[in-house]
Design a binder for this molecule. Structure first.
Ligand code: NAG
Ligand code: NAG
Length: 193
């Protein structure tokens, strides 16, 4: 092997070595220097090599930065929705009973709204007409239907409280007319007391 070929060959081998072994995470070379790493790697010093991000770091995009971004930690009121990988940050969600306040889940809030409301997406909105929430439920519940149960409304419902029914004991008393049924209820109540 003549000296020129030998030098060329060793130079080529050196570049191959750098490109395959030292910089397997390298995306762009400038001569034998790595100047940009693939996502999931970082470039600790100019010219390479590219090093994979450590377990608590990630780089989402190809980079020439000498560091990785820190993975988000989902702790306390947060739970992991997606774990961190070398190319993507962790995604958090909230513990049961709480919901994220925004898309990125930067904070959690109770999944219950104040009385008269329910969650719609991430916002509390008024209960639709015909439903109520005392504040104890996660969602608005339809008012009772008094007539469907053989009764009448004695107090209207609103967004925070249910309709109040007075039920006639039609089946018990076989009474065809409501007023006498009411007296039957009264009598029954009295007897029970
Ligand atoms: C209550 O029930 C009755 C009988 O099932 C029905 O005809 C009526 O539409 C209902 N009313 C409401 C407000 O749902
Ligand atoms: C809803 O009804 C309850 C019981 O009748 C009453 O105490 C409350 O003030 C009402 N709320 C509204 C917003 O009308």
């Amino acid at each position: 092997m003549d000296p020129v070929t030998s030098i060329l060959l060793s130079g080529l081998l050196q570049i191959l070595y750098i490109q395959t072994v030292l910089c397997d995470g390298c995306l762009k070379f400038a001569g034998s220097c790595c100047i940009q790493c693939n996502a999931g790697y970082f470039l600790p010093k100019k010219c390479g090599p590219c090093i994979p991000c450590p377990s608590k770091g990630y780089n989402e995009r190809p980079t020439d930065r000498p560091y990785c971004d820190h993975c988000r930690r989902c702790e306390g009121i947060f739970l992991y929705k997606e774990r961190c990988t070398s190319t993507s940050n962790a995604v958090c969600t909230c513990i049961p009973g709480k919901v994220c306040v925004d898309e990125k889940c930067t904070q959690c809030k109770s999944d219950r709204c104040q009385a008269g409301q329910q969650l719609q997406g991430q916002k509390c909105v008024d209960c639709p007409v015909g439903t109520f929430n005392t504040g104890a439920e996660h969602r608005c519940i339809p008012w009772k239907n008094c007539t469907a149960h053989g009764g009448v409304v004695i107090a209207n419902g609103n967004r925070t409280s249910d309709v109040v029914c007075k039920e006639y004991l039609i089946k018990v008393t076989q009474s065809p007319s409501p007023p006498s049924a009411v007296s039957a209820v009264t009598t029954k109540t009295d007897r029970n007391n």
